[in-house]
Ligand binder design. Structure first.
Ligand code: UDP
Ligand code: MG
Length: 304
C-alpha cells in the first residue's frame, strides 16, 4: 500500500496539537493509504514537544523532529521533507486552517497523475486590513517577477515523491517553499480550499516578521530590485542632464536664480535614492554571505 507522509510544522501549538491529530485521524480513516505524521517542533517554548512525545508513544507512526531553537516555518517544512518516507507528502498547518477533507481530493488528483497539487485559498479567511494590503502588494509584485499567480498561494501542498527528492536536493538555505514547488515544474494542478478559522492558539506572525519574510523571499527569487535601481539611476542621470542644460541656458540669458531650495530638495532626494539603492544591494550581499557560510538550515535536537 502506498504511504502518505503528513508534514506539520508546529511552533508553540500546545493548544491545537492533540485536536489536529484527532481530526486528521477521523478524516483520513477511510483513506486507503498507509500514513505517517512528521510533526516538526520548531523550537517551541510551550508544551508542544511533550505533547508530540506522548503522541508518539500512543501512535508510533506519529513521528516528530524537534529543533534546537526556532528556525522558522520554511526550515520546519524542509526538515519534514527530509524525514518523510511516503510515496507522497502533504504539508499543512497544525491549526486546522487547512481543511483535512481537502487531502482526500488531493489524493484523487495524485492518482490521476498530478505530481504537485497546490492548495489555493478561495478566500483568505479573516485578516486585518493592514495584512491584506501588505500581502496583496507583495504577492502581486512577486507574481509579476516570477510570471506566475501567487496571490492566493499557500503552504498547503501535496507532492509526489519525485518532487520531494528534487526539493531535498536543492542546496540553498534561504528557501521559499511556496514558490519553489512551482519553480521545480512537474505536472501541477491547483485545488481551492476555504481558509478556516484557527481552532486555538494565536498566529505566529507579527507585522515585522511578515515584512522580513516578504523581503527575504523577494531577494531569494528575483534580481528585479537591482534592475529597478539601474532604471531609476538612468532616469536620474537624464533628468540631471536636462537640468544642467536648462541652467546653462538660463545663465546665457542672464536669468539664473539663487535656487537654494531646489538644491536642498535635490540633495536630500538624491541621498535618499542612493541610500535605498545601497540598502538593496546590501541585502543581496548579505544573502550571498549567508549562503556561502553553508550553515545548516536547521539543527535537530531530538527525534522519534
Ligand atoms: N510555524 C512554525 N514556525 C514558526 C512560525 C509558524 O513552524 O516560526 C507554524 C505554525 O505552528 C503553524 C504554521 O506554521 O502550524 C502556520 O503558522 P500560523 O498559523 O501562525 O500562520 P498564519 O496561518 O497566521 O499565516
Ligand atoms: Mg494559521
Amino acid at each position: 500500500m502506498a504511504m502518505l507522509s503528513i508534514i506539520v510544522p508546529c511552533y508553540n501549538e500546545e493548544a491545537v496539537v492533540d485536536r489536529f491529530y484527532e481530526v486528521m485521524q477521523d478524516t483520513l480513516q477511510k483513506l486507503p493509504m498507509q500514513k505517517e505524521y512528521i510533526f516538526v517542533d520548531d523550537g517551541s517554548k510551550d508544551k508542544t514537544l511533550e505533547l508530540l512525545q506522548s503522541l508518539n508513544k500512543r501512535d508510533p507512526s506519529a513521528h516528530y523532529v524537534s529543533f534546537s531553537r526556532n528556525f522558522g516555518k520554511e526550515a520546519a517544512i524542509f526538515a519534514g521533507l527530509h524525514e518523510a518516507k511516503g510515496d507522497a507528502v502533504v504539508v499543512m498547518d497544525v491549526d486546522l486552517q487547512h481543511p483535512p477533507e481537502t487531502i482526500l481530493e488531493m489524493v484523487e488528483l495524485w492518482k490521476e497523475g498530478y505530481e504537485v497539487i497546490e492548495g489555493v485559498k478561495s478566500s483568505r479567511g479573516r485578516e486585518s486590513i493592514m495584512h491584506r494590503v501588505m500581502a496583496g502588494s507583495f504577492y502581486s509584485l512577486i507574481s509579476r517577477f516570477m510570471g506566475m499567480d501567487m496571490k492566493n498561494s499557500s503552504d498547503f501542498k501535496f507532492l509526489d515523491r519525485k518532487v520531494v527528492e528534487v526539493l531535498c536536493s536543492l542546496r540553498e538555505r534561504n528557501t521559499f517553499f511556496r514558490a519553489l514547488s512551482f519553480w521545480v515544474g512537474f505536472k501541477t494542478t491547483n485545488i481551492p480550499y476555504d481558509v478556516q478559522e484557527r481552532v486555538g492558539g494565536t498566529t505566529k506572525w507579527s507585522l515585522i516578521s511578515l515584512v522580513k519574510y516578504a523581503i527575504q523571499n523577494m531577494i531569494s527569487f528575483t534580481f528585479a530590485p537591482l534592475y529597478m535601481i539601474i532604471t531609476a539611476g538612468i532616469i536620474f542621470v537624464i533628468l540631471g542632464l536636462m537640468l544642467a542644460i536648462d541652467a546653462i541656458v538660463d545663465h546665457i540669458n542672464g536669468i539664473a536664480v539663487a535656487g537654494y531650495p531646489t538644491l536642498v530638495v535635490l540633495l536630500v532626494f538624491a541621498t535618499g535614492c542612493i541610500m535605498f539603492s545601497i540598502g538593496i544591494i546590501g541585502v543581496y550581499i548579505a544573502k550571498i554571505y549567508d549562503e556561502i557560510k553553508e550553515r545548516p538550515q536547521y539543527i535537530v535536537r531530538d527525534r522519534a
